[in-house]
Ligand binder design. Structure first.
Ligand SMILES: *Cc1c(COP(=O)(O)O)cnc(C)c1O
Length: 403
């Protein structure tokens, strides 16, 4: 992304894709609280269904409030078009079911969000889709997994929950050279403010809008961004006919409201996460901190090249392992014990028993998700107050061991 586009991010997040003149001057896009839309004539209805005429049909396909969100997200992500869903999983499922047929192959990274992992590795094989897994942090190992049957390559960066960072440009170039696959990046951890996968060669970006983009812990929503033709295909098949995972106009409104402060919030999340990661790394009870903003992170250089800032998520392991980790989580007072991420409230959870319990214990070992790993979503509270809470809980986690 060029420098002027970077400067422009907040302006576009606040004003993009909405013309007040068509809405009585309303500062905010109105909520079109309607399931269906009238046609002037039978011919107009037919033209809308065939795609010859633009216009509303039915809210499962789209809706004016949802359309504003889709267009604004597309602008921010540098995409031709956008598609909103009732959840991040709705976006991923609609993508997968639209593109893949029996006999096709899906290539995924080692580490995926728990439900994406379950869909890829436990569900899709039952429908004759071959799923291959590779360590995408080592792009040289991907060549042998790519071929004529690979239709989709899917990964997250940074990956949830172990924060492995993947070189989007390297993976996309390789996939396009060695297969007809589309390359899809789940960029939920970054939002378009921190990372622009399409500019690095990816074909599709998916987001759980539930997280940073909405940012207030009060909506479940998802989105997919990419080329117009592809988005239209997924809209009329994956969304309309296969999953029905449509977004409510009220939820679209709330996500639009959250978007206005995205850049401000991300700056604060990232600043606090960097400080906390550094303090955790220096703490005697902590064995390892996974945060791409630390020099010690194996893909720190890729992070610096590919991300505007290293993000607001981190994970770590305690020297005394899982039991100390559980005591630590139970001793937290300011951090909320909860899954999800990207909210104003700081959240702590234990992936092996919570978000990544969809992996079998053997899979967790193979996929580099340590049993003792603790994941933190650094919120917008005062960073010193957050550190005090962590420091006290770390002492509580360790204290009981010695008695
Ligand atoms: C939360 C999450 C999802 C799923 O999104 P929902 O909105 O909860 O369905 C997918 N990918 C990542 C990386 C996530 O964090």
């Amino acid at each position: 992304m060029n420098a002027s586009a970077l400067e422009d991010f907040s302006t576009r997040a606040i004003h993009g894709a909405y013309d007040r003149a068509g809405h009585q001057g309303a500062l905010n896009p109105p909520i079109y609280w309607s399931s269906t839309f009238a046609f002037d004539s039978a011919a107009q209805g037919a033209a809308r269904f065939s795609g010859e005429a633009a216009g509303m049909i039915y809210t499962r396909v789209t809706n004016p409030t949802v359309q504003t969100l889709e267009a604004r997200l597309a602008e921010l992500e540098g995409a031709e078009a956008g598609l909103a869903f009732g959840s991040g999983m709705g976006a991923i499922a609609s993508l997968v079911w639209t593109l893949l047929r029996p006999g096709d192959e899906l290539l995924v990274d080692l580490t995926l969000y728990g439900c994406t992992h379950a869909l890829a590795n436990h569900v899709l094989p039952q429908f004759g889709i071959a799923v291959r897994t590779a360590d995408f942090t080592r792009p040289e190992t991907l060549a042998e997994q790519l071929g004529d049957r690979t239709r989709l390559v899917l990964f997250e960066t940074p990956a949830n929950p172990n924060m492995r960072v993947i070189d989007i440009e390297a993976v996309a170039a390789l996939a396009h050279r060695l297969s007809p696959a589309l390359v899809a990046v789940d960029s939920t951890y970054c939002t378009p403010y921190l990372q622009q996968p399409l500019a690095l060669g990816a074909d599709v970006v998916v987001h759980s809008l539930t997280k940073y983009i909405n940012g207030h812990g009060d909506v479940i929503a998802g989105a997919l961004l990419g080329r117009e033709v592809l988005v239209q295909q997924i809209r009329m098949q994956g969304l309309k006919e296969l999953t029905g995972a449509c977004l409510s106009p009220m939820d679209a409104f709330l996500v639009l409201r959250g978007l206005k402060t995205l850049a401000l919030r991300m700056d604060r999340h990232c600043q606090s996460a960097q400080r906390i990661a550094e303090r955790l790394a220096a703490h005697p009870a902590v064995a390892q901190v996974h945060y791409p903003g630390l020099d010690s992170h194996p893909q720190h250089a890729i992070c610096r090249r590919q991300m505007r800032q290293p993000g607001g998520m981190l994970s770590f392991e305690l020297k005394d392992g899982l039991e100390a980790g559980i005591r630590f989580i139970d001793a937290l007072r300011l951090f909320t014990r909860a899954v999800s991420l990207g909210d104003a409230e700081s959240l702590a959870q234990h992936p092996a028993s919570m978000t990544h319990s969809t992996y079998t214990p053997e899979e967790r070992i193979a996929h580099q998700i340590a049993e003792g790993l603790i994941r933190l979503s650094i919120g917008l509270e005062d960073a010193d107050a957050l550190w005090e809470d962590l420091d006290r809980a770390l002492a509580a986690g360790a204290a009981r061991l010695t008695t």
